[in-house]
Design a protein around this ligand. Structure first.
Ligand SMILES: [Zn+2]
Length: 93
């Protein structure tokens, strides 16, 4: 076990993913629409998903890794859309 030392935000904390719930691979912007790296589907729509860069430390080492939405939901207990809704509900503009 280790301790989360840092959440890196310089790479962003979400990515555009395939609308296919079983695919969830990232999409490439191909000009006006997106193409899936996984299944090859092209669409103008995407599903935003977590992609969180973490640094975890223990007594001997420091490891950086990426947590995707499926794993992130296990400890955040919220999907991206739920989290975003919470953020906007708590912001007074
Ligand atoms: Zn796909």
């Amino acid at each position: 076990m280790g301790t989360i030392k840092e959440v890196k935000t310089e790479y962003g904390w979400w990515y555009r993913s395939c609308k296919d719930r079983l695919c969830t691979k990232s999409l490439k912007d191909i000009g006006g629409k997106y193409k899936c790296d996984g299944c090859g589907a092209e669409s103008t729509e995407f599903t935003p998903r977590y992609k969180i860069h973490l640094t975890v430390v223990n007594e001997t080492e420091s490891i950086s890794f990426i947590v995707f939405e499926r794993e992130a939901q296990n400890f955040l207990k919220k999907s991206y859309n739920e989290l975003r809704r919470d953020i906007f509900e708590n912001v007074n503009i």
